[in-house]
Design a protein around this ligand. Structure first.
Ligand code: AMP
Length: 131
């Protein structure tokens, strides 16, 4: 069965899309740790990030860098934190989390639940800064 992220990529399940190319897809985490928390995923279903081939692994980081640069401009933060967890969804993904303090990337923190219009405004602000 297709993973929830494959169903998002195919358009079956809605998301707040940030960017895509032929291999990778980026969208807002639905339950963000911080405003502007983005997930970057390979379109090809692979459970574990480090099972990607060397060139796909390199390319997904370069794709994530472009997204991180845009998040930095759209969301007030000191850095973009990068995390790989993957204990919930078995489809490789990189978390990009805007950080103002170490605690902002503590996955044990309660997640935010933002209204749809705020999620769309954040996604739109990030998209505006993509180059
Ligand atoms: P993990 O697999 O532990 O790295 O966590 C999976 C992440 O995917 C969590 O942060 C969830 O909030 C996020 N997530 C799950 N379903 C969706 C969805 N439909 N749209 C966006 N993000 C999601």
């Amino acid at each position: 069965m297709a993973t929830i992220f494959s169903r998002i990529i195919s358009g079956e399940i809605p998301c707040y899309r940030i960017a895509e190319n032929e291999k990778f897809f980026a969208f807002l985490d639905i339950n963000p740790l911080a405003k502007g928390h983005v997930l970057v995923v390979p379109k090809k279903e692979t459970d574990y990030l480090f099972d990607l081939g060397d060139s796909d692994l390199s390319e997904i980081m370069v794709f994530a860098k472009r997204i991180a640069r845009a998040i930095e401009k759209a969301v007030p933060c000191k850095r973009i934190g990068v995390a790989v967890i993957g204990l919930e969804v078995p489809h490789a993904h990189i978390h990009l989390v805007p950080l103002n303090s170490m605690d902002d990337i503590n996955f044990s923190n309660p997640k935010l639940k933002l209204p749809p219009e705020e999620m769309e405004a954040i996604a739109s602000a990030i998209r505006k800064y993509l180059v």
